[in-house]
Design a protein around this ligand. Structure first.
Ligand code: SAM
Ligand code: SF4
Length: 476
């Protein structure tokens, strides 16, 4: 693969191609998994060490049910050790579904005549954000098709509008973006609007498959997309999310490529991606893909556990594409963020009533978890997870935060867990029905009782009391 310097415009050493399919298949085909090796690798990861590509390949090649179970349990222990019981919540908000690309898997593809094309105007955007704030959302990801209308200035303006909406005690404190690749100036423009994470998925890292499923438009250019996050870095956006759309090509290859992409970031920018996403293909209007690589639930669970072990300090995102049952099952193996109360129908959040009957002609694909935000929070609390809306690190300029959580001793205890509890208390005060409020405070008390440092505990209780008195947005 050749990177064209005019696309990248960054220093020579960074132009080396970092995805080499032969290298990846070389590892996969030459790394048999023995029991002893698999156990050694899990132990290395539990010691909070990043895994190499060779080690990741060995975990992927472990097919003995006993070893698969050990990998899953290793991932579960690592998650508890590194992240504690927090789950960060967010919601996706589709701004516009105009698109000039023809991605075989996507309902918004240009050739799809059935889909109704909508771009939210300022008023409509404000209505959507108001509806999201009114149920307690604090973190959004704005999603855009790829279209000249959605240039960097348009995206930056949307971000500013979202930050400006205040409904009652509600506000959006972190706006992430999922949008088409830009040039470096474009990335500077959206950085100035104070975006949180810039997220983009390579979809498939396998070049031939990539060409097959991207049948038109700018997205046909594999390298332009693969190097997008390098240009983002160059523009000063150091908080980025990567991902692959599982079901296009062999899942084992995509997992290796995600780890390789992470290695590239660590080698060049000294901080890995903030998050990894692993959407599985869902039904969409005019879906047109070869079904040979669809990923089973069992493979999906394995791949999440392997990713957790391979990149212990990178956030893992599991979305409402998956059913509630699968999300509940897989969360334990290392997921750190989920969306809640998701509605991907264009303009859908401001509509009254429950989002159960999806109109696929208004949506990119079908989602399978239609629970409201409060239903999800209820269930998280029942399972002793702390629902978190924390945005402290981003607000204090502590980016590369997952690295910090992972590497700074006590960081989670001192910052993440207390901040999660503070944002949960805000939610309980402002948005929760009585039943959720009651059990939420019981969980909060349990977590307070676990804190051994009395001085710190007193400080946290004081802040929680401030929240109860009406102060908002408190964090450590
Ligand atoms: N237009 C932007 C782009 O292509 O980067 C935004 C992408 S889209 C709104 C977000 C992600 O949804 C895509 O990158 C793709 O991975 C995923 N996606 C597309 N079609 C899907 C489908 N049928 N099922 C599940 N995920 C899908
Ligand atoms: Fe357009 Fe993105 Fe859908 Fe491709 S995945 S058709 S680029 S909205």
């Amino acid at each position: 693969m050749i990177f064209r310097p005019e696309q990248l415009k960054i220093k020579d050493q960074r132009m080396k191609p970092f995805i080499d399919p032969e290298e990846i298949w070389g590892y996969l085909n030459n790394s048999p998994a023995t029991k002893a090796q698999v156990r050694e690798i899990i132990a290395k990861s539990l010691d909070k060490n990043r895994l190499t590509l060779a080690e990741t390949a060995i975990l992927i090649n472990a097919t003995d049910p006993e070893l698969i179970e050990e990998i899953k349990q290793g991932a579960r222990r690592l998650k508890e050790k590194v992240y504690g019981q927090r789950i960060v919540l967010f919601a996706p908000l589709y701004i516009g579904n105009l698109c000039t690309n023809n991605c075989a898997y996507c309902g918004f593809k240009a050739s799809n005549q059935k889909v109704k094309r909508v771009t939210l105007n300022r008023e409509e955007l404000i209505q959507q954000v108001t509806a999201l704030e009114d149920v307690g959302q604090k973190r959004l990801i704005l999603v855009f098709g790829e279209h000249p209308k959605y240039d960097a200035s348009f995206i930056a303006e949307s971000v500013r509008t979202v930050y400006g909406v205040k409904s009652g005690p509600g506000e959006i404190r972190r706006v992430n973006i999922n949008a088409a690749p830009m040039d470096i100036d474009g990335f500077r423009t959206i950085k100035d609007a104070k975006i949180g994470t810039y997220q983009i998925f390579q979809e498939t890292y396998h070049p031939e498959t990539y060409s097959k499923v991207h049948m038109g438009g700018r997205k046909q250019d594999y390298d332009w997309r693969l190097t997008a996050l390098d240009r983002a870095q160059e523009a000063g956006i150091d908080d980025v999310g990567i991902g692959a759309l599982f079901g296009l090509y062999d899942w084992r290859f995509e997992v290796m490529a995600l780890v390789r992409h992470t290695n590239h970031f660590e080698a060049v920018y000294h901080v890995g991606p903030h998050t990894i996403s692993f959407p599985r293909i869902q039904y969409a209007s005019e879906l047109n893909i070869d079904k040979g690589h669809l990923v089973t639930d069992e493979e999906f669970t394995r791949l999440v556990a392997i990713l957790r072990l391979a990149v212990p300090y990178t956030g893992l995102i599991l979305t409402a594409r998956e059913s509630a049952a699968i999300r509940d099952e897989i969360m334990q193996f290392g997921v750190s963020q989920i969306d809640g109360g998701t509605n991907i129908e264009m303009g859908g959040y401001a509509k009254k009533g429950k989002h159960e009957d999806q109109d696929i002609d208004f949506e990119q694909f079908q989602i399978n978890d239609n629970r409201s935000l409060n239903e999800i929070i209820n269930e998280l609390i029942d399972q002793k997870y702390i629902p978190s809306f924390c945005t402290a690190c981003y607000r204090l300029g502590r980016t590369g935060e997952h690295f910090m959580e992972f590497s700074v001793p006590g960081f989670i205890k001192r910052f993440c867990q207390p901040n999660a509890l503070l944002t949960m208390a805000e939610y309980l005060e402002d948005y929760a029905p009585a039943e959720t409020r009651q059990k939420g405070y019981l969980l909060l008390q349990e977590k307070l009782d676990e804190i051994e440092d009395e001085v710190f505990k007193t400080k946290l209780i004081a802040k929680i009391n401030q929240v109860k008195e009406g102060h908002r947005d408190l964090y450590f």
